[in-house]
Design a protein around this ligand. Structure first.
Ligand SMILES: N=CN[C@@H](CCC(=O)O)C(=O)O
Ligand SMILES: [Zn+2]
Length: 408
């Protein structure tokens, strides 16, 4: 059967293809086009050349991107987007000086969302997540990692992961599931006993159902120590789950070194990471996931991207969308990466697309090179600089998922 020409996006002022061959910046094409067949990019380049071989009139969708920009869909590699309840009063409390750790230690924060998720029906959880997937899609996200971790018992963790699978099946955004039973210690438990419950009860049940790809741990003072994190992540590896680590977020604990030691796919947050941490992450090919929205919402100092750039580490920028950081928009994360962390617009957009794909071990996206998934965002603006520039007003004209226009 000859391939179906799904879409030709043509006459874009700029096509932001992805990293260039030597990894020193982006490859862009002026007056460019992208052709997508059977869900994959089959041609990218100047509009003349692409449309000669793939006439837009032969495509299921011809997208006129005149004066606009075409980018790979954003790959948001770190979220806790499946939640219930309302924590807006904690936002106000933080403005009055309460810290994230204080709120958690008093049974608020994550533990409060745990209570709300345990009480919510599967249907309500799914409805909430589908609404949020609509929201992220509208700002150009086509792949969204989502963690469990608001259950903290086997039954609710499995319920969360089942909701992620249901949402993935029903929505065009690809949902990538991460098991995070080690997100906090339940109020009634002692930490070591809870670690054992994660290892001996939760992980085997999650693995048996095959509902998660990654295993993540909040390695932090007062939450899980490096040794406890190692125990959980090693058990996850035995069950076929690839490690991720919440590392050096509020304090420096050694989570980044642990990520390197275990061959994790990513170490995330890294606000307090050292140069040595950056070096070992680079050396072991662990993607450094920077989450500027979190620092913004906590009023904390941002992670330092120069540290990771100089070490030669792969850097991703993600949203950390969660009830403590109610920021679903990847373009807003890109703005914060530029304004707050000093990244250049092209570097930040690469980190939010190709970097995100590395953090999720998805070599098939985050770029518009031939063979990649036909996931792209069309902006009604002439260059990728408009992603961070127009914060609060992302000019998304259309989003394509595997060549299908899913939003316009
Ligand atoms: N730091 C730990 N976990 C989340 C916050 C989750 C929450 O506060 O509900 C994070 O990555 O920022
Ligand atoms: Zn997180």
């Amino acid at each position: 059967m000859s391939p179906t020409l799904d879409a030709v996006v043509h006459d874009a002022a700029e096509v932001f293809v992805g990293p260039n061959d030597d990894g020193t910046g982006p490859e862009t094409v002026e007056d460019g086009a992208v052709a997508i067949a059977d869900g994959r990019v089959v041609a990218v380049g100047p509009t003349d050349a692409v449309t000669r071989e793939h006439p837009p009139e032969n495509a299921v969708a011809a997208v006129d991107a005149s004066g606009g920009t075409v980018l790979p869909g954003f790959v948001d590699s770190h979220t806790h987007a499946l939640f219930a309840g309302d924590r807006s009063d904690e936002f106000a409390a933080k403005l009055r000086g309460a810290t994230y750790a204080d709120i958690l230690a008093e049974g608020g924060g994550i533990l409060r969302t745990v209570r709300a998720v345990r009480e919510a029906s599967d249907e309500a959880l799914l409805r909430g997540l589908l609404d949020r997937l609509d929201t992220v899609l509208a700002t150009g996200t086509t792949t969204l990692e989502v963690k469990s971790g608001y259950g903290l018992d086997t039954e609710t963790e499995l319920r969360m992961l089942a909701v992620l699978a249901a949402a993935d099946a029903r929505h065009p955004v690809d949902v990538v599931p991460t098991f995070m039973g080690a997100h906090a210690v339940p109020e009634s438990d002692e930490t070591d006993a809870y670690v054992e419950a994660v290892v001996t009860e939760q992980l085997p049940a999650v693995a048996e159902q095959g509902v998660a790809e990654f295993c993540d741990v909040f390695c932090e003072e007062g939450v899980f120590s490096v040794a406890q994190s190692r125990r959980i992540l090693e058990a996850g590896v035995e069950h076929g789950l690839v490690p991720k680590v919440h590392a050096e977020e509020l304090t420096h604990q050694g989570g980044a070194a642990l990520a390197a030691e275990l061959g994790a796919v990513s170490a995330d947050h890294l606000l307090h990471a050292t140069r040595e941490d950056a070096r070992v992450l680079a050396e072991t090919d662990v993607t450094a996931v920077l989450l500027p929205g979190t620092a913004f919402s906590l009023g904390a100092e941002y992670a330092d991207p120069a540290r990771f750039r100089e070490a030669g580490a792969t850097v991703a920028v993600a949203s950390d969308f969660n009830p403590n950081c109610y920021a679903p928009s990847m373009p807003f994360a890109v703005t914060l990466a530029c304004v707050g962390m000093g990244m250049a617009p092209d570097e930040a957009v690469l980190a939010a697309t190709n970097g995100g794909a590395s953090a999720l071990d998805r070599a098939d996206r985050g770029t518009l090179r031939e063979g990649a998934l036909g996931d792209c965002v069309v902006l009604a603006a002439p260059s990728h600089v408009h992603v961070p520039y127009r914060f609060g007003d992302t000019p998304v004209a259309a989003v394509l998922k595997e060549g299908v226009v899913v939003r316009d």
